[in-house]
Design a protein around this ligand. Structure first.
Ligand SMILES: *Cc1c(COP(=O)(O)O)cnc(C)c1O
Length: 485
């Protein structure tokens, strides 16, 4: 029996408590030791107080609308607000994934056309939209690799080659699928060491299932020998997997098909302007070449000439990796972005590359540039010079916050000591880039003249310097009144 109990709360606003006699913890058979002794302390606040709470939380968040956000590898570009508007149209928000195909033709058409656009942009022959992030796309891709070799009977292919510069999700995804990870070295030019790669194939004859690569790589350098790498992989019967997280550097200019890749994931939330980080769920669609089409998860969205439909009967499908059709809202935003850019998508990549090179040139006299080559959409500095003066990269990152910039990615990729990985994206104008460069140069000078200023940073944020060692040693995940500050 459900009862509604009206109560007067402390700030004078009437509240409603719903008490359901039929569903007590006891009736659900819960062990008494897990039952609470007292009623939960639920906040009783007015709408205004609730709004203030959420506004305060949002003010604590730094987003690309707050300022420059050069978080390398994350492509924190501006997400045009038209994307949000379109994803909130009621024809999209008021449908349910269990509705029949004929009732949701518009949504299916959008997904089908997004698949077609991604095919054209990447050169792949088929796509699934299911992946809910880059890492999830990788997992899906590696499941396809595994299942492919199961159906060809080559079950001794149990190893995956990954460069030492790779993003951590690459070995993690391959490892989750049961593959053994073999590391290929980068050479002094920041490129995959081809001799080492050949040796690895020699030493592990018939056992390599795939090479996982991103291009440009995590140093922001274009992998110049990609065609040779693809030749070596294919001559040895292995597949070539493309981590598309760095796709913002090349879209419309070249594509993974031309480079010889067999499987691709894209990060719609990076390249195709949908919010991520604290801002929302992502999407990691996976594209494959013709021979792997049948291995995609189901359903894929298809079109028979008159209507759009969800297709389940793929001969070798790996099954399902996600409920329903993936993160539909993200798909709408990415499709809106692609339509808006049309055949000028390429300009976004070219501007991103130009911005990165501009910043690199402005900063390389002040910070060590370990790989001094023209870069793609990002570049990696080393804080070694500053470390020798007693200030680590972590402190430089914190000091940047005083200048109202989001810090770059730090300590990644692992092959660069004291790494600062900077990705400006195409969204920024010259004035912003100059301001950021000036802040970085000022910090480099501060380290020479007044290092303590940098060591004690940040000075301007509401929460002062976090005691990181204590936080790591005595991790407290419970939000209690006492640790509120
Ligand atoms: C971001 C990124 C990933 C993982 O993507 P998520 O969407 O964060 O899971 C993989 N590889 C590279 C190079 C990345 O930058």
């Amino acid at each position: 029996m459900t009862k509604l109990i009206f109560e007067k709360s402390t700030d004078g606003i009437n509240g409603v408590n719903i008490i359901d006699d039929d569903i007590s913890e006891e009736s659900l058979g819960i062990n008494p030791k897990f039952l609470r002794k007292n009623k939960p302390e639920l906040p009783q606040v007015s709408e205004l107080e609730a709004m203030r709470h959420f506004k305060e939380l949002s003010d604590k968040n730094f987003c690309v609308e707050s300022g420059f956000y050069p978080l390398g590898s994350c492509t924190m570009k501006y997400n045009p607000k038209i994307n949000e508007y379109l994803s909130l149209l009621e024809g999209f928000t008021d449908i349910h994934p269990l509705q029949e195909d004929e009732d949701v033709q518009g949504a299916l058409e959008l997904m089908y056309k997004l698949q077609e656009a991604l095919k054209e942009i990447t050169g792949m022959d088929a796509f699934t939209l299911h992946g809910s992030a880059g890492a999830h796309g990788e997992l899906c891709g590696m499941m396809i690799v595994k299942h492919y070799f199961k159906t060809t009977g080559e079950t001794n292919r149990k190893k995956v080659i990954i460069p030492d510069s790779a993003h951590g999700t690459n070995p993690a995804s391959a490892g989750m699928c049961g593959f053994e990870i073999i590391r290929v070295n980068s050479n002094e030019k920041g490129q995959v060491d081809i001799c080492h790669l050949k040796e690895l194939f020699e030493e592990n004859k018939g056992e390599i299932a795939a090479i996982m690569l991103t291009n440009p790589n995590t140093l922001g350098l274009f992998e110049e020998n990609i065609l040779e790498i693809s030749k070596i992989a294919h001559a040895n019967g292995a597949l070539l997997y493309y981590d598309g997280a760095n796709f913002n550097a090349i879209m419309g200019v070249t594509n993974p098909k031309i480079m010889g890749f067999d499987i691709v994931h894209l990060n719609l939330h990076k390249t195709f302007a949908t919010p991520h980080g604290g801002g929302g769920p992502g999407a990691g669609p996976v594209g494959v070449v013709e021979k792997l089409k049948d291995y995609l998860p189901v359903p894929v969205i298809d079109f028979d000439g008159t209507k759009y439909f969800r297709k389940y009967n793929l001969k070798n499908t790996i099954g399902k990796i996600k409920e329903f059709q993936g993160n539909f809202g993200v798909l709408i935003k990415a499709y809106a972005y692609i339509l808006m850019k049309g055949n000028t998508l390429k300009n976004a990549s070219m501007d991103a590359v130009m911005n990165a090179n501009y910043l690199k040139e402005k900063l390389k006299d002040y910070y060590k540039l370990p790989y001094n080559f023209p870069c793609m959409h990002e570049f990696v500095l080393s804080g070694d010079k500053q470390k020798a003066q007693g200030v680590h990269t972590l402190e430089i990152a914190k000091r940047l916050m005083d200048y109202k910039f989001h810090p770059p990615t730090v300590y990644f990729p692992l092959i660069v000591s004291e790494a600062l990985m900077i990705e400006p994206t195409e969204s920024e104008n010259k004035t912003r880039l100059d301001e950021f460069a000036q802040a970085m140069i000022t910090i480099a000078k501060e380290i020479e003249t007044n290092p303590q200023e940098v060591l004690n940073a940040p000075h301007s944020t509401p929460v002062k310097r976090v005691d990181e060692i204590n936080a790591a040693r005595h991790l407290d995940l419970k939000f209690t009144k006492n640790n509120k500050e």
